[in-house]
Design a protein around this ligand. Structure first.
Ligand code: SF4
Ligand code: SF4
Length: 394
């Protein structure tokens, strides 16, 4: 495993971090503890020492806590988790979430603690007004928080203000080769590093889109340049090419993904990509941009929709209709709506209530985009035809 030093704490962090958000789960969304345990143990065995979770990832902190405790891993790994600040109206709320997180993760301290999903300075100012700065000081003095940071999904222009608003120990940003100028972006990465902060990278493969969701033309472009490197490895290598990137989080759900990513992490050193390889990635970006219509990462923060719509599923199908053809998009759309069930939910079921929009870190105008989904993938009478077809087929 390649390790990169956190310049603030001196910790040697594995260049590949384990994003626990996508731990193996059943179809009902319950975490498969046995499979997750096998994966986490294998990750530790392979040298991964940074594990990222959050209060808002359902069942995630509890699962990681059980695995860490029963395998005596606490002193072998760094645990990062996040405060759901949007649910905090008082300092007591913050304290209550923190205590609950310690109980869930079965630990007395967090190595890395983040304010989760900050999108603008006003949110931080609100927490300051509640007294969070003094609270952090107390937690650090007590050794309950070792490093304090934030995860960011706001604009590029707000990022410098947030970086300078507090004496942060680290930050976490979204970064990948199609998001160079999106959110904090490259400018944010360079700014944070220039302030001496370690930078944790999330969404390096844009929710898997840069792994198995690339248009065939983009996959071909990669193959022409290097037939032995898979698209996911291209995406990860591109991030590790940046010396400012300390840890790259990958939400690994299978042993196969883990093995591939670890193998890639061992050799992907800073400034290792050739000019030819960088030019190839530029070509892929052009191809991707042509067909990626909705920038949804599949994070599920917008869910559940009160109307039961599978929002990320609709956007995935919609994008697939451009990257892989309309037939593939239609097929995926029919599956994600539950069209064959007694209670399918179509993009047209959206009543524009807006409940989802405020939770989307990608700032997608979800109801508007669902209208576009409907227009492309749901011709008039389509739901009725599908229902009739299902009935006839029993
Ligand atoms: S705006 Fe539409 S998609 Fe979003 S939560 Fe409301 S009904 Fe669901
Ligand atoms: S629409 Fe936004 S919140 Fe919902 S899954 Fe996509 S990126 Fe996440």
């Amino acid at each position: 495993m390649q390790y990169r030093q956190d310049p603030k704490s001196g910790n040697n962090l594995s260049a590949l971090g384990f994003g626990c958000m996508r731990l193996p789960s059943s179809t009902l969304g319950r975490i498969d503890l046995e499979a997750s345990e096998a994966l986490v143990l294998q990750a530790v065995e392979q040298g991964i020492n940074y594990f990222d979770t959050a209060y808002l990832y359902r069942g995630n902190e509890e699962a990681l806590g059980i695995i860490v405790e029963r395998n005596d891993l606490r002193n072998r790994i760094f645990i990062a988790t996040k405060l759901p600040h949007s649910r905090c109206e008082t300092l007591e709320d913050i304290e209550r979430f923190f205590a609950e997180q310690k109980a869930r993760l079965r630990t007395d301290y967090f190595d890395y603690y983040l304010i989760h999903n900050v999108t603008n300075l006003t949110q931080w100012d609100k927490l300051v007004a509640l007294g969070i700065e003094e609270w952090i000081d107390r937690k650090k003095r007590a050794g309950e928080i070792r490093q304090i940071g934030f995860s960011y999904h706001g604009s590029q222009s707000d990022f410098p203000h947030l970086i300078d608003a507090y004496a942060w120990d680290f930050c976490q940003i979204q970064y990948n080769y199609v998001n160079v100028n999106y959110q904090a972006g490259r400018a944010g990465l360079e700014l944070a590093a220039s302030r001496g902060l370690p930078v944790i990278i999330m969404e390096p493969l844009l929710g898997g889109k840069l792994a198995d969701g690339l248009p065939p033309k983009a996959v071909e472009a990669f193959k022409r340049c290097d037939p032995t490197t898979a698209p996911a490895a291209w995406g990860l290598r591109w991030i590790w090419n940046h010396p400012q990137a300390t840890v790259v989080l990958s939400g690994m759900g299978t042993l196969e993904q883990l093995t591939e990513n670890v193998a890639c992490a061992e050799h992907a050193l800073p400034n290792a990509l050739s000019d030819n390889e960088l030019a190839c990635i530029d070509d892929v970006v052009d191809i991707f941009d042509e067909s990626n219509k909705v920038n949804c990462t599949g994070c599920n923060y917008c869910m559940p929709c009160p109307r039961g719509i599978n929002i990320p599923g609709c956007f995935s199908a919609y994008n697939a209709s451009f990257t892989h053809g309309r037939y593939e998009g239609l097929k995926q759309y029919v599956m994600c709506t539950g069209a064959g069930s007694n209670d399918p939910r179509w993009a047209s079921d959206c009543v524009d209530c807006g409940a989802c929009v405020k939770n989307c870190p990608q700032h997608i105008a979800i109801p508007d985009e669902l209208k576009a989904v409907r227009k492309r993938l749901q011709p008039a009478l389509f739901p009725h035809i599908i229902r009739l077809g299902s009935k006839l087929m029993g």
